[in-house]
Design a protein around this ligand. Structure first.
Ligand SMILES: CC(C)(COP(=O)(O)OP(=O)(O)OC[C@H]1O[C@@H](n2cnc3c(N)ncnc32)[C@H](O)[C@@H]1OP(=O)(O)O)[C@@H](O)C(=O)NCCC(=O)NCCS
Length: 97
């Protein structure tokens, strides 16, 4: 989890979770997100939003974040280039207060 310290960006923290492949799709992502939100709420009283950037091709991650309550706020076309192919990046946010 990363929080920009500049005054105009302090209301948003960015996060990313990576679970070992063999433990994915068992709901562990939901548990981790709940703990991250709990920690962020307690640690930063002026934090309002948690943001994630996910490749548009990563349907599992998009679904896991939607299920938790993250909302789609933007799609950035051509944000990722991998092996000569372009992918969009989905920006999703979760409001904690
Ligand atoms: C993203 C990640 C943290 C989610 O955690 P998780 O424990 O695997 O996720 P959950 O089990 O809570 O939820 C997964 C959901 O995706 C769904 N899903 C799996 N494959 C899917 C696919 N191809 N298309 C659509 N949905 C899919 C599952 O069915 C489940 O939804 P459901 O409960 O409604 O059926 C984990 O998968 C991960 O570490 N992935 C690799 C790294 C990554 O992509 N990190 C995120 C970048 S910010």
């Amino acid at each position: 989890m990363y929080r920009d310290t500049r005054k105009h960006k302090k209301h948003i923290a960015k996060m990313g979770i990576e679970i070992d492949y063999s433990y994915q799709n068992r709901g562990i992502g939901q548990i981790l997100m709940k703990e991250i939100v709990k920690f962020a709420k307690q640690a930063w009283k002026d934090l309002e939003l948690i943001e994630v950037s996910i490749s548009g091709s990563n349907k599992q991650s998009i679904r896991a974040h939607e299920k938790f309550g993250f909302k789609h706020v933007a799609a950035v076309p051509n944000a990722i280039k991998w092996k000569g192919k372009y992918y969009s990046e989905m920006i999703m946010q979760y409001r904690i207060r």
